[in-house]
Design a protein around this ligand. Structure first.
Ligand SMILES: NC(=O)C1=CN([C@@H]2O[C@H](COP(=O)(O)OP(=O)(O)OC[C@H]3O[C@@H](n4cnc5c(N)ncnc54)[C@H](OP(=O)(O)O)[C@@H]3O)[C@@H](O)[C@H]2O)C=CC1
Ligand SMILES: CC(=O)N[C@@H](CCC(=O)OP(=O)(O)O)C(=O)O
Length: 343
């Protein structure tokens, strides 16, 4: 059986990556593709890498244009997707790449996004404990933010196994510029980004902090608080996250390693690298894979985990397609086994 899928935000980075994956998906036929200021344009003029869809015309993003498909992907700015989603049939599988339906706590939503909370949907990170069951048969899915994908996959095994202290967690990430979207911004022009790196959202100000705390608290069964600092790196795509947490008394390297290896032993897209190898963003670019490595800093009593993802693939579109596969009862890896493109 073939399912039809509409993609909104198809002129943007997340929408373009969704189309790249869906065009190669054995069970999906790409239906309507929509945009906003670029409505009426040819996809080939905006996303020249999408050869098989180059002749398609972008429609205006309306509920009518998106209706009549089995699956609708929303790859829109925060706040835009909730309004559209509310007008789509409850029988349609709606997958939101934006943040509108990720947070459970309305107060956290209002604090970090400044608008009314639109409600919470099943969270599209199947590797987290219990999440795969929530996604099976779901008709609404919230795709995680790209930084939370990398951070939650880095630390969840330790919290789920009760090995880590909940109040001393530090996460630092470096992201490629595509994480900021395709719209022109002065801080993203080449001369600003190339040749240097700079943090932003420092001091708890980044909106992904509550999303990470939510996921780790669910895994730990108690409130986890953390400090998160993102950094803009001079590359187009990819995220390197380094996450550290204090380990509980008596926990050593062997126990930590066993927790991470057993958590991911059956996961098709998460690889705990052999000891001694540290992950590089290059090795996952264009793929849905997550590579990670851990160490125990005995001096500081901390576990250190480095994870890498492609922000547009596992961090957005790949995670969305993986969640779609589960919701529709397809092979979870369908359309996603493409390898990375390094170097
Ligand atoms: N980039 C990334 O790595 C990640 C992105 N996401 C999320 O995915 C979503 C899309 O991000 P991204 O692709 O990077 O952003 P882009 O800026 O690259 O694309 C935004 C898309 O939304 C459309 N759009 C803009 N304003 C409106 C509006 N008012 N109503 C309807 N459509 C509109 C644009 O159309 P047009 O060009 O025609 O104006 C474009 O197609 C965001 O919610 C983002 O947070 C999530 C994880 C990672
Ligand atoms: C480099 C960069 O700017 N990254 C984006 C995060 C992208 C992402 O995952 O975001 P959403 O929560 O918006 O879906 C940022 O820090 O705002």
């Amino acid at each position: 059986m073939t399912f039809t899928a509409a993609v909104s935000g198809a002129s943007g980075y997340a929408g373009g990556e969704l189309l790249r994956l869906l065009a190669n998906h054995p069970d999906i036929e790409v239906g309507a593709i929509t945009a906003h200021s670029n409505a009426g344009a040819l996809l080939g003029d905006l996303q020249p890498h999408l050869h098989s869809l180059a002749d398609r015309v972008l429609q205006e993003t309306t509920p009518e244009a998106l209706a009549g498909h089995d699956v609708v992907f929303l790859a829109l700015p925060h706040g835009a997707s909730a309004e559209i989603a509310a007008q789509l049939s409850s029988d349609t599988l709606v997958i939101d790449a934006g943040a509108d339906h990720r947070l459970q706590d309305p107060a956290a939503w209002e604090k970090f996004y400044g608008s009314a909370h639109a409600g919470t949907w099943p969270y599209g990170l199947p590797e987290l404990p219990g999440h795969r069951a929530d996604l099976a048969g779901a008709r609404r899915i919230a795709v995680p933010g790209c930084y939370p994908t990398s951070a939650l996959l880095a630390l969840t095994p330790g919290f789920a196994a009760g090995l880590l202290e909940p109040d001393d967690v530090v996460i630092v990430s470096a992201s490629g510029t595509s994480g900021a979207g395709k719209a022109a911004k002065p801080n993203l022009i080449g001369s600003e980004v190339m040749g240097g790196m700079s943090p932003y959202g420092v001091g708890g100000g980044h909106r992904h902090t509550p999303e990470m705390e939510q996921g780790l608290s669910l895994a730990a069964g108690e409130r986890v608080s953390l400090s998160f600092t993102p950094t803009l790196a001079p590359m187009a795509r990819g995220i390197l996250t380094t996450a550290t947490a204090k380990v509980r008394p008596g926990v050593g390297y062997a126990r930590l390693r066993e927790a991470w290896e057993s958590a991911y032993a059956q996961e098709p897209f998460v690889r705990v690298l052999p000891e001694g190898q540290w992950p590089s963003t290059k090795s996952v670019l264009g793929s849905n894979y997550v590579n990670l490595q851990l160490a125990f800093d005995e001096h500081a009593g901390r576990v250190i985990v480095s994870s890498v993802i492609d922000n547009l693939t596992k961090g957005t579109a790949g995670g969305a397609v993986q969640s779609m596969n589960i919701a529709l009862g397809l092979d979870e890896t369908a359309g996603l086994t493409i390898q990375g493109i390094a170097p």
